[in-house]
Design a binder for this molecule. Sequence first.
Ligand code: AN7
Length: 379
Amino acid sequence: MTTNATENRYTGLINNYISRMPIDPNGRIISLGEGNTPLIECHNIELLKKHDVRLLLKYEGLNPTGSFKDRGMTMAVTKAVQDGSRAIICASTGNTSASAAAYASRAGIAAFVLIPEGKIAMGKLAQAMIQGAVVIQVKGNFDDGMRLVKEVATEAPVDIVNSINPYRLQGQKTAAFEIVDELGEAPDFHCLPVGNAGNITAHWIGYSEYANECTQSCSLCSGNCQFLQGVKSAKRPKMIGYQAAGSAPFMRGDMVDAPETIATAIRIGHPQSWDNAWKVNKESGGWFDECSDDEILAAQRLLAGSEGVFCEPASATSVAGALRDIESGKIPAGSTVVCTLTGHGLKDPDTAIKQATSKLITIDAKLADVKDAILSNMG
Ligand code: AN7
């Protein structure tokens, strides 16, 4: 392959943060240009002005397969390929399966994905199928699929690419790097939707890596050095994890055997990163909370309708929880808050259309009719 010497293309998060990635830089890297997602500042939500809080949305739906999973998958599949693996496997509520299928296709290896029958959003199923994964529907939920994946991996030549694979978290930590690189320091609060709790763990790894480096290499400031190039802020955010009320093991303090929520991506009752998530909670001084399905959908509509940002229901959980905690003052005035929008709204068009308040107007193909439709809906 030849590249133009003047080319300066973004080629994915492994190349971008290569010195921080536990991977052979000279080996083959499997990338679809993931990462480098926008951090969008909310401008229109009244509550934020009233409470003097700055809210930024890390729009992970703009990754190649439409979710944050690509950050972890580029690392997990690169590692698998460098180790000579011919097949990967995962259990998934949808997004991991879409991402695994894409990166396996890119790498030229096989992907086996176990999904809960009838409980994944249509967009995700479409992605897994067209990208050539072997889709295995389990008559059970995500937790059943995860148990089967762990069992079968001891008997078949497949590499697990769920977030119990440590390379997944190493890829996902880069979202925290990007935020600090962009803001100049960590935010005060970082809010995420929590399912298996891999992502909240990965963000803490990322924030901590930057923060530790700062305190190790810099004795000139008390943690907010603006002068030495390459030295990052020692500040770390309070990490807040929001769950869907019907699938909230961290709120119950125990596993949930029959999780339910409209936010199918986080319909998970047995989180795989249970211990790590509690460590993050304790070390960061953050908290867990839960949101009802109605609150989740209201936040999804609010973001789409007032900021033009369309995320899937699970992702809106972070904003639903954050807005409630901003209103109550638990997140105080003057704070900078980042909410991760983990997946794109197009993943689940059915749920969006069902709850949309916009009118769908049908007319005859006549000027008078279209004019009438405009003038009677000017608001
Ligand atoms: C949009 O795809 O577990 O707490 O199998 O798709 O790191 O599990 C998805 C999880 C949040 C929760 N938002 O992240 C899967 C899967 C969206 C997600 C989560 C998921 P973790």
